[in-house]
Design a protein around this ligand. Structure first.
Ligand SMILES: [Zn+2]
Ligand SMILES: [Zn+2]
Length: 164
C-alpha cells in the first residue's frame, strides 16, 4: 500500500487518520523527520535522525488504542569521561488510548510519543557502567589508564608519613 509508511506523519506531527482507519485496525511503521524532540541545547544527548515507530492502531468500542514501540537514535556525551558514543532511547511498550466518537477525524499522537522518548532519555549517560571518568587533578581519561598523578600524590603522602 503506497503511502502507508508515512501515514502517521503530517507536516511534522504524528497523526492517526481515524476516519480512514480500516476496520480491524492498522499497523504504522516509519520514521519522523528530524528534530521532532526539540531538545535544543541538551548537554549530553543529541538526537540522530527522527523518531522510529512501529505501532498497531485499533478501535475498541469508543476507544482508539495505539500500542507498539518508539525509538530514537542518540549521540551521547559520557557524563563521566566526555567521550562520545551512540545510544538509543526506546519505549518498547508505548501505549495510548483516546476516547473517540463519530465526529473524530484525527488523533494527534505527537506529544505522547515525544514524552515517551524524553522519559527514556538517559539523564546522565555513561559510555559504559564501568567508566572511570576523568582524573580530578590532571583531567586524563582514566579509562585509558595513562594518568600517573594519582600515584604520585599517593607516594608523596606516604613518604610524608614515613618521615614522621
Ligand atoms: Zn565514559
Ligand atoms: Zn591525573
Amino acid at each position: 500500500m503506497p503511502g502507508r509508511e508515512a501515514a502517521l506523519e503530517t507536516q511534522g506531527r504524528l497523526i492517526v487518520d481515524v476516519a480512514r482507519l480500516p476496520k480491524g485496525g492498522d499497523v504504522y511503521k516509519g520514521e519522523t523527520g528530524p528534530d521532532l524532540l526539540g531538545l535544543g541545547d541538551s548537554e549530553f544527548v543529541t538526537p540522530v535522525g527522527g523518531i522510529e515507530y512501529a505501532l498497531k492502531v485499533d478501535i475498541l468500542g469508543t476507544e482508539l488504542l495505539v500500542r507498539g514501540e518508539v525509538r530514537q537514535r542518540l549521540q551521547c556525551v559520557c557524563s563521566r569521561c566526555a567521550d562520545t558514543f551512540e545510544s538509543e532511547a526506546v519505549d518498547p511498550d508505548f501505549i495510548s488510548s483516546t476516547e473517540i466518537n463519530e465526529t473524530t477525524d484525527f488523533i494527534d499522537l505527537t506529544e505522547e510519543i515525544r514524552e515517551a522518548i524524553i522519559l527514556a532519555l538517559p539523564g546522565y549517560p555513561v559510555c559504559q557502567e564501568t567508566c572511570r571518568g576523568l582524573c580530578m587533578a590532571c583531567g586524563a581519561n582514566l579509562n585509558t589508564g595513562k594518568c600517573t598523578c594519582r600515584k604520585t600524590g599517593k607516594d608523596t603522602r606516604w613518604s610524608a608519613l614515613d618521615a614522621l
